[in-house]
Design a protein around this ligand. Structure first.
Ligand code: FBP
Length: 245
């Protein structure tokens, strides 16, 4: 995880929402352009940038460490979630990625397919020296509350046991319960997932402070950055909290 961290901490910018949610749900005239996101990552001092391969091939400029997402899905089918591999580890290496990412929808009736695929990818990535970040999002009819202490700590533990070097999990709502999830993740580094844009910047920053105090390695966020009117100011505030700058 070294290349993705500064002083042992990480600030990662996620931009795979175009395929996950569709362009009209999250994007405006500005942030629909991937070049704008690359600017935010570069000028904002991010330690990692998450793209799907099509965006990476066309827009990635090599300055901020790339985390290539290897699976993906659209929001169109509905039903139990499944996200399958759409890009190889070799392609990640060819694109200069410093890590690969994969989403596991634990709790889905298809979880066995994602766990098996993740297992193969993890072995392949480790063979070529790439760390693996797991987005572990419990989801599907069996999952009642995907941000409860129990479920989020379960997600963190799944990441550890499946062999992830880092796990990206949802916020539980308070520092104490998030600290339990960090414990459950063991040696897997924990990144908080951003979620929909918070109503106020201060509210989001307070949340991030709590998450860092709970022992997280950092955050991996999208909408709370590139939907912000002033993402550079937000990045500045986040760097103060995460890196003690
Ligand atoms: P956000 O900070 O915008 O929530 O992005 C984090 C992320 O994990 C993205 O990488 C991914 O596209 C999205 O959330 C998935 O969101 P959802 O929870 O709706 O599946």
């Amino acid at each position: 995880m070294g290349p993705l961290l500064k002083n042992g901490k990480g600030l990662i910018l996620a931009y795979d929402q175009g395929i996950e949610h569709g362009p009209s749900k999250d994007f405006n005239e500005k942030n629909i352009d991937p070049s704008y996101i690359v600017d935010i990552a570069e000028r904002g001092g991010f330690t990692g940038l998450v793209f799907q391969k099509g965006i990476a091939e066309n827009y990635y400029r090599g300055k901020v460490p790339l985390i290539l997402k290897l699976n993906g899905r659209t929001s169109l089918p509905g039903g139990e979630p499944i996200s399958r591999q759409v890009c190889s580890v070799k392609q990640a290496v060819d694109l200069g990625a410093k890590a690969v990412g994969y989403t596991i929808y634990a709790g889905s009736t298809y979880e066995h397919e994602m766990l098996a695929e993740f297992g193969r990818i993890q072995e392949e990535a480790h063979r070529v020296g790439l760390p693996v970040l797991a987005w572990v999002y419990p989801r599907g009819a069996a999952v009642k509350d995907d941000t409860s202490r129990e479920i989020v700590s379960y997600a963190a533990r799944i990441g550890l046991e499946a062999g992830a070097d880092a796990v990206k999990i949802k916020y539980t709502g308070d520092k104490e319960s998030f600290a339990w999830a960090v414990k459950a993740a063991g040696k897997a580094k924990v990144f908080m997932s951003g979620g929909p844009k918070a109503p106020t910047d201060e509210g989001f920053l307070t949340q991030v402070r709590g998450v860092m105090e709970a022992g997280a390695t950092g955050i991996a966020v999208g909408r709370n950055m590139w939907q912000n009117q002033d993402p550079f100011k937000m990045a500045f505030e986040l760097r103060k909290i995460i890196f003690n700058e």
